[in-house]
Design a protein around this ligand. Sequence first.
Ligand code: SF4
Length: 316
Amino acid sequence: KEILIKVENLKKYFKVGRREILKAVDDVTFNIYRGETLGLVGESGCGKTTCGRTIIGLYDATDGSVIFDNMDVHKIKGKKKKEIKKRAQIILQDPYASLNPRMTAGDIIGEGIDAHKIYIGKQKTNRIYELLNLVGLNEEHVSRFPHEFSGGQRQRIGIARALAVEPEFIVCDEPISALDVSIQAQIINLLIKLQKEFNLTYLFIAHDLSMVKHISDRVGVMYLGNLVELASSEELYKKPLHPYTQALLSAIPGMNAWNKTNKKRIKLEGEVPSPINPEPGCRFVSRCKLAKPICYQKIPQFREIQKNHFVACHLF
Ligand code: SF4
């Protein structure tokens, strides 16, 4: 498998107030392979969106690096930077908030084509029609405004906008969370179809493991700025190792093999603690029923416990 993106010890901190630091992404390391869908899951505030945005350079990195096809996303400048902007795109959660209400669907989709001067004139118009068709809309939609579309259609426009510049990699940032359940599967199927057609690589962000199951080849689980587990989908849903992943899975009734053998629901008590000035030790310690003394002192390393199965927990 070819590595498309190498994320190494990536950190993204935000200053909050005078002295406080919000460690949104704190020392995260993983690869994204060309053509795969990597699901990234965690409760809100765990840093998954910040991670996705930092990977494609929408945010500067505080430390660490992201190597996209041999280019350091946070160091390159000029032409190369523009190249990354074209090759890596994002689809956002709320298509309504992310589409300019005063622009037509055609203009929204055409913006990137103009910015990167991919097509002009008649060719551009044809390309916009082609994109509308690709996402299940048609030429009649070109001059309509966002409010004239349903939620699912708006997300289709968001997808066409991302596709317009012919990217290789797309961060799908909770693209179905804001949609009706009946529409969610349609959008997932569309993303799968487009991936096959254009050999796309996805980082698919969601807050719930059940949402990423059908689309992901591998799944990573984040908790409070850390990646705590990463494995193939099959492995993760059958044999989750991290206590947090186990708790997340046990909350989804009858979804996986692991649930069937471990019928007891592991209740996650309390909220995710604040990522501002976190305590030393394992970030999950305040909610972990299996915590040992060392968990309060030392951050567990993210290590390959079994082949292609990474976990950060002192139990292993
Ligand atoms: Fe629980 Fe300790 Fe593992 Fe953290 S390191 S998940 S506190 S057992």
